[in-house]
Design a protein around this ligand. Structure first.
Ligand SMILES: Cc1cc2nc3c(=O)[nH]c(=O)nc-3n(C[C@H](O)[C@H](O)[C@H](O)COP(=O)(O)OP(=O)(O)OC[C@H]3O[C@@H](n4cnc5c(N)ncnc54)[C@H](O)[C@@H]3O)c2cc1C
Length: 407
């Protein structure tokens, strides 16, 4: 534990007025914002010594950024004056208002914010873990495998590359496609795109599910000659023979594809342990009101980010608004008022459709377009400007403003 001196004890247990589980995008930006609001006694529980800017994993897998740009030490981003428990939460008792850590330490709290992110199920498809362990499988959903992805994609000169997105909850679902467009643009620049069969399998009825964005993505898919399979999932991999089985979920038909590179986003779910806390919804995520982000049954529990049971697209873009809403609502409750701020379901996904352009999908929790300039759908068109903002602007915004509770 750092910043530990002077922490009050209750019944021999360390007590925090505000305890945050998870020091990722959600936890650190919320802690920083609450600190700016002069809230006292904030603590964060997180075992990780590294803080990762996950949106850059797509650039790393697509060869447009280096791995080190996405990593900082957790210590360097932890706001000063916040107590950091370098440990994992393993259990919550929302009635007794306690959190148990992996070390056995039990913390007590006044208000608890649960934001440990989403769980990646690396072996959630038969043969998938073996594919990642083989020389031909990768994904942008982990830093190491993103580095490997660019090695495999940039080395490919001919053959078949298969990109897949799983069904079910996922963080930034569009990310499953981004390295594909970056690789296609690279292969085109090398004069080898015509030698490579590129297959994209998505579980959805259309390529992304937001009309104006689908139009742009379909145009790029045609331009690169990608074979798009909608309502299609990866159901099995034989890593030894490099065979991926895709199933069309509407017809039930299966197709076995011999691949040279398999880029598969892993299935994802709520962290398993949340189910045992009594705080979960039917899908295992934290059951909060989708507007106030306060728990539906326990008013001293809150959630935001990928672990929250809200219907928006899970993304850092959603979090920017959620952090603001939750911090203001919690501040109000701490002052004895009612929470009045409401999250509007906004989410966004920047599709890197080439190595110099982006299509920015902005939409709400019904997948209705929600452009940041109301009425203007321009950002959902392929643009160089959005590439510059996404590749060079957002990452600075993240390290220097979002994690400081200022954006
Ligand atoms: C490949 C990829 C590309 C993406 N691209 C974009 C994009 O372009 N735009 C965008 O807006 N969003 C993007 N996202 C989504 C964005 O990164 C997430 O929505 C965001 O990081 C969620 O923040 P979070 O704090 O909820 O979870 P995370 O940032 O994942 O943080 C969770 C934290 O909780 C900690 N933790 C886990 N379990 C425990 C426990 N039991 N006890 C204590 N701590 C725990 C972890 O160590 C971690 O630090 C992308 C994500 C990925 C993976």
């Amino acid at each position: 534990m750092s910043e530990g001196s002077g922490i009050p004890q209750r019944n021999g247990r360390t007590h925090h007025p505000v305890l945050i589980i998870g020091g990722g995008n959600a936890g650190i930006s919320l802690a920083a914002r609450l600190k700016r609001y002069k809230v006292k006694g904030i603590a964060v529980v997180d075992p990780s010594e590294q803080h990762l800017y996950q949106p850059f994993f797509s650039h790393i897998a697509g060869g447009t950024a280096k791995a080190e740009t996405a990593v900082r030490s957790q210590e360097s981003v932890m706001p000063k004056g916040i107590t950091w428990h370098r440990d994992s939460a393993t259990a919550i008792d929302p009635t007794a208002k306690t959190v148990t850590l992996a070390s056995g330490t039990i913390l007590t709290y006044e208000h608890l914010v649960v934001c440990p992110g989403i769980q990646k199920n690396w072996d959630g498809i038969p043969g998938l873990q073996a594919a990642y362990d083989s020389p031909f499988g990768a994904t942008n959903y982990s830093l190491d495998l993103a580095v490997k992805a660019w090695r495999l994609l940039s080395d490919l000169r001919s053959g078949t590359a298969v990109f897949t997105m799983p069904d079910g909850p996922i963080t930034c679902g569009g990310a499953a496609q981004k390295p594909m467009y970056l690789a296609c643009d690279y292969w085109r620049s090398q004069g080898v795109l015509g030698n490579i069969r590129v297959i994209l399998a998505v579980p959805t009825k259309t390529v992304y599910g937001v009309d104006v964005v689908d139009e742009e993505l379909n145009r790029k898919i045609a331009e690169y000659g990608i074979e798009l399979r909608c309502t299609t999932e990866l159901v099995r991999v034989n890593a030894d023979n490099r065979r991926a089985t895709l199933r069309d979920t509407t017809r039930g038909a299966e197709e076995e594809i011999q691949y040279d590179v398999l880029h598969a986003a892993p299935p994802q779910s709520a962290p398993d342990w949340i189910r045992t806390t009594g705080l979960a919804d039917d899908d295992g995520f934290v059951a909060v009101d989708k507007k106030t982000l306060r728990h539906l049954a326990y008013p001293t529990v809150w959630s935001l980010g990928d672990a929250a049971g809200t219907p928006n697209s899970k993304s850092g873009a959603a979090l920017r608004q959620q952090t603001n809403v939750l911090a203001k609502n919690l501040r109000a409750v701490l002052k004895g008022s009612q929470p009045s701020q409401k999250y509007n379901g906004y989410g966004a996904c920047p599709f890197t459709v080439s190595r110099s352009t982006v299509v920015l999908a902005e939409f709400d929790d019904t997948r209705t377009p929600k452009p940041s300039v109301p009425g203007w759908k321009g950002l959902a068109k392929e643009k160089r400007l959005t590439w510059l903002v996404e590749r060079y602007g957002f990452i600075r915004l993240y390290w220097y403003a979002i994690l400081k509770g200022r954006a």
